[in-house]
Design a protein around this ligand. Structure first.
Ligand code: NI
Length: 137
């Protein structure tokens, strides 16, 4: 069931908001606000260390670097209970992209991302913090 409510906002802030949402391709204010509310719920899930979250870790590395691929794989085996999927893409002659989808408590997920990032030779790491979706209904 959809409920309506009104929001009081300073005119300057509303103008900024409208400009912002049009740049972000939102069709209307309601959709933008719904999205912002959900995003703050996801952030709260990540702040709660007992909550299960989903993380998408991507990393770029040179597979010619000695032992690097082994280290990346060894580390993932330590988290085999948490890792849902790993995709490896051979980007060119040297570079590999690995995308790891992991489920677990936020500190565990962050720990794996940090450990991967700290491996020498890993060129780029990102952690996209997502949600199992249960808290977003
Ligand atoms: Ni590769």
């Amino acid at each position: 069931m959809i409920k309506r409510f009104s929001i009081s906002l300073d005119e300057k802030l509303l103008t900024k908001f409208d400009n912002f949402i049009s740049r972000r391709q939102y069709v209307n204010r309601s959709e933008a606000i719904r999205d912002m509310i959900r995003k703050s719920f996801v952030r709260a899930e990540w702040e709660n260390i007992d909550k299960e979250v989903i993380g998408v870790i991507s990393l770029v590395y040179d597979h010619h670097q000695p032992q690097l691929q082994e280290r990346v794989t060894d580390l993932q085996h330590k988290y085999h209970h948490n890792i849902i999927s790993t995709t490896h893409i051979h980007m060119d002659h040297h570079n590999c992209l690995e995308v790891i989808i992991i489920r677990g408590k936020s500190p565990e997920v962050q720990k794996l991302a940090e450990k991967l990032n700290a491996i020498r030779g890993v060129k780029d790491t990102h952690l996209a913090m997502s949600s199992t979706g249960e808290a977003l209904d």
